[in-house]
Design a protein around this ligand. Structure first.
Ligand SMILES: [Zn+2]
Length: 515
């Protein structure tokens, strides 16, 4: 793994100027604090920096300076520290990850009071090896309130030989009392040019060449994460001495494999497979933002192809997928990509995937062997998975795009029409929610409106134009002409059905997550 091999080993090798300068100040100042808080997005070098700091404080070359800090009254070496040598026993042990001077705790899985109590007992023991014991607590925001309080007690009276490095991707979840006890270092997403220069260094060692534009493309795909950029470079560079634009385009990397698996699972309405893909992606630290982009790009490509071949059903399925999966990540959630995951799962459920899971689970609970998966008849058409090599052949039975608009098709697709309109004009969508399609006749569509004001608004040329366009695209017809009529009274909204549908979705999601 290149991202391990080429991890920066000294402060001056750190890729981000901000962290390089912050750690440079510790090195040049010849003194250190007992607690640091490194905050910033994943893959920006927080734990690498913490390990380098541990090396600086334990390297043989700094031994006499660090001893001076530990024994003098002003806690200063009176001399700058030097960069870790990388070859003394302490440096080597830290690089290999088996030094007794460095303890790494992942607060995501050790978040309770007992974990911190155990840590506290160790902290007050004299170091068995080296001069300074460095405790790295990763994802520190995951600690429970009690655990934070226990940690705070240690931070208030830290033993002289101990340095804490708390790392977090979500600073807003770290209590103010903790933050105020730490020297704060902000890690930023790397700029593409910083990533390009880091990649260039690796390629020099590996004797690989690549055009500037290729490296820039990799840097942009990595979205500010050195780790993702180096991973992608390694995939693309496999067995090559020169990387061209096409290599990058063709490889797509591991993320595109994940995207492909995901869209396959969605098309097959296989909720369990969707869940597995997400779990694996999380475990492998896959860039899910990029996966989502690729899934949308693949679905879009399939939709365009379907429209070109006048495959109405197929184009409709992919339009629906595009509308459903166009959701933004939520940084406040424990898994920011949960909305994307839920959207994928709800697409599976639409095809009856939810029921299938329940049946299988029941069988499993009763100790029966899960039966072979057989294709389940679904309400939404199931399609062959997208494949760039197999050109889809247009079905004879499918309606050509110029055909007349079927009322049932319009009714079925009405929620999709609304969703698609919401993307371009939220006002029109809001107005349409209080209407209902009444009838179609050839390309003419009559829509019942219940308030004169709504009718006026919807009849405006620009609004009518948007709606006609979306209906044409969603229902796969060449022409749609709208007519609005004023209805007698507002229809009751199908509240009960909606709630049942939601409950069904929540239940299915719970079952999948529990499994
Ligand atoms: Zn050393």
């Amino acid at each position: 793994m290149w991202y391990r091999t080429y991890r920066p080993q000294t402060i001056s090798e750190l890729n981000l100027p901000a962290s390089r300068e912050a750690l440079g100040r510790i090195r040049d100042g010849g003194s250190f604090s007992h607690a640091y808080l490194f905050a910033g997005p994943k893959g920006t070098g927080k734990t690498s920096s913490a390990r380098i700091l541990a090396k600086v404080l334990n390297c043989e070359k700094n031994e006499k300076f660090v001893k001076k800090v530990l024994t003098s009254t002003d806690h200063k070496a009176g001399h700058a520290f030097v960069e870790p040598c990388g070859v003394c026993p302490q440096c080597l042990a830290i690089t290999k990850g088996n030094s007794f001077c460095v303890t790494e705790l992942d607060a995501a899985s050790n978040r309770g009071i007992d974990d911190i109590r155990a840590l506290r007992e160790r902290v007050y023991l004299a170091p068995s090896d080296g001069l300074v014991s460095v405790y790295i607590i990763d994802e520190v925001h995951m600690l429970t309130t009690e655990a934070f309080n226990a940690l705070l007690k240690v931070l208030e009276e830290p033993p002289a030989h101990v340095v804490f490095v708390l790392a977090t991707t979500e600073l807003h979840k770290v209590p103010e009392t903790i933050i105020s006890r730490c020297v704060f270092v902000q890690f930023q997403r790397a700029l593409p040019e910083h990533i390009v220069s880091a990649l260039q260094n690796i390629m020099n060692v590996e004797h690989i060449t690549a055009g500037e534009s290729v490296l820039m493309d990799i840097a942009k795909r990595a979205e500010g994460s050195f780790r993702d950029a180096v991973k992608l470079l390694e995939q693309v560079a496999q067995g090559k001495t020169k990387i061209g634009v096409d290599d990058l385009k063709n490889s797509g990397g591991a993320d595109s494999t994940v995207a492909k698996q995901l869209i396959d699972a969605v098309i097959k309405h296989d909720a369990r497979a969707v869940s597995t893909v997400f779990q694996t992606a999380q475990h492998n630290d896959t860039n899910l933002s990029y996966v989502q982009k690729m899934v949308l790009a693949m679905a879009h490509e399939e939709m365009v192809r379907a429209v070109e071949h006048k495959m109405v059903e197929k184009s409709r399925v992919y339009q629906h997928i595009l509308a459903m999966l166009n959701v933004a990540p939520d940084a406040l959630l424990p898994f920011p990509h949960l909305p994307f995951e839920l959207a994928c799962l709800s697409l599976c459920l639409e095809g009856g995937g939810g029921e299938r899971i329940t049946e299988e689970e029941e069988e499993h609970e009763h100790g029966e062997k899960p039966r072979e998966k057989s294709p389940t008849p679904t309400s939404t058409p199931t399609l062959a998975s997208p494949s760039p090599t197999v050109e889809p052949t247009p079905k004879q039975t499918e309606e050509p795009l110029t055909g007349s608009l079927n009322f049932e098709v319009l009714q079925l697709n009405w929620p999709i029409v609304l969703k698609a309109i919401k993307q371009t004009n939220a006002t029109v969508e809001a107005l349409l929610r209080a209407t209902r399609p009444m009838e179609t006749n050839g390309s003419a569509v009559t829509i019942e409106v219940f308030y004169p004001f709504h009718k006026e608004q919807l009849e405006q040329e620009k609004h009518r134009h948007i709606l006609e366009k979306v209906i044409r695209e969603t229902c796969g017809v060449g022409k749609a002409t709208l007519k609005f009529v004023l209805g007698k009274k507002k229809p009751k909204e199908p509240v009960v059905e909606k709630k049942e549908e939601d409950a069904k979705l929540v239940q299915a999601a719970e079952e999948v997550f529990a499994g």
